[in-house]
Each structure stands twice: as C-alpha cells, then as structure tokens.
Design a protein around this ligand. Structure first.
Ligand code: CA
Length: 229
C-alpha cells in the first residue's frame, strides 16, 4: 500500500484529504506543523508528500527544502493563494506539483495517482510482470512496445500504446478521462479530455472485434473507462 504524508495545520482539510486518499487505497498519515512534518518525512519511508504552504513552526518552503535535501519522493504543495504558485516555481524548490485551495478531493486524488505513476516510471519501480500482458487474445509487450490481437499485430501510435498499456496494467480499475489525460499526457501539455475519448476510439478500432461491444476497454457512463479482465 502506498504511503502518503500530509503536512497540514487545518484539521478539516487534512481530514478530508485523508478520507479521500484512504478511499482510493492509500495509507495516510497527518502531521499538523512543519517541524514534526519534516521529522516524520525523514524518519519513515513515504511514497508522496502533500505539504501546505502556510504552516506553524516551519513554513512549507522550508519543509520542502529540508525534505529535498534527503529525498526525491514526489511532493505536492498546497496553497490558498494562486500568486504563491509563481513564488514556489521561482524558488526552484523541487516540488513536483501545486494545488490551490479550495480544490476538489477527486482532483487531489487524480493528481496524487498521476505523480506516483510518473515517479514509478522514472525510477523503474514498475513491476516486472507488467512487461507482458495477455488477456483474452490481446497481447501487449511493453518492452518491444508491440500489440497483437489473436496473433495479428496491430500498429498503435505512441499515445495509443501508452493509454492501452496503462489501462491494461490496472485492470478493473475505473479511471476518469481527467485521470487518464494526466497520466498519459504531460501536466502542462495543451489539450483536453476530449483527446482521451478520441484515443480510446482509435484503440478500439484497432483491437476490438466489434467496436459497438468493446470487450477490452469498457465505457463506464458518466465516469470514465475500465480495462475489463
Ligand atoms: Ca495552513
């Protein structure tokens, strides 16, 4: 289970973040000031830190600086003021993302997942058994970046391949279009979630025997997509 440390002095916000992250399967710890936050961050292994900017004892800038001296774990900073984002960027502290209050909990969860996924790819921590996926005639070779359906090779574009591989690597997990967009496209890239819909359609045309009745990538109406296993 992935471990997340929230350093946040507003208890109601910290609890809300915790509830949503726990519902998504994360193990969450809260520290309410900068000083104990840094101590905890350095004392144990965490997979991601969520750090509020305005904190008692040590502010978020100092917290990030001290954590970064020892760890390359993804850090998301939380701020109540949009203006602070330029300041955070300008300081080059090494925070990986910024989110402004008020934010929706689902947005937070989506971003956390995106960062954990990106960090795993960067550090090569992705599980070995994800290299070759074989499900009901569909075969995805991540190393060779090739896809076959019942023995016939299908040519997917880079993004189509990444999207299919991501979904197939997390079977039965429903992802929103927003989550998929963040996962496959850069956070800063221009585009919108319609891109995801277009890519799903193209993938289906290539891999589904009948696109009207998709057997691999299911549409969950009003939510998003799921790779069925
Ligand atoms: Ca605060």
């Amino acid at each position: 289970m992935k471990k997340i440390l929230i350093i946040e002095d507003e208890v109601s916000i910290a609890d809300l973040e915790k509830d949503y992250l726990e519902l998504s399967g994360f193990d969450v710890t809260i520290k309410e000031d900068g000083e104990t936050g840094v101590e905890e961050a350095l004392a144990r292994k965490y997979d991601l830190f969520i750090v509020d900017l305005m904190l008692p004892k040590k502010d978020g800038f100092e917290v990030v600086r001290e954590i970064r001296d020892y760890k390359n774990t993804p850090i998301m900073m939380v701020t109540a003021k949009k203006d602070d984002i330029d300041k955070i960027r300008g300081l080059g502290l090494g925070a990986d993302d910024y989110i402004t209050k008020p934010f929706s909990p689902s947005e937070l969860v989506a971003r956390v997942k995106a960062h954990l996924g990106r960090f795993e790819r960067l550090t090569g921590a992705v599980q070995e058994d994800n290299r070759l996926i074989e499900i009901r005639g569909l075969r995805i070779d991540s190393t060779a970046r090739r896809v076959w359906v019942n023995g016939d090779e299908k040519n997917l574009t880079t993004k189509e391949f990444e999207l299919l591989k991501f979904l197939a690597s997390h079977p039965n997990h429903v992802y929103t279009k927003e989550e998929l967009f963040r996962e496959i496209w850069d956070l800063e890239s221009v585009g919108d979630i319609a891109t995801v819909t277009v890519h799903i359609k193209k993938i289906r045309e290539k891999i589904e025997p009948d696109t009207a009745k998709p057997q691999y990538i299911e549409t969950i109406w009003g939510v998003g997509y799921r790779f069925r296993i």
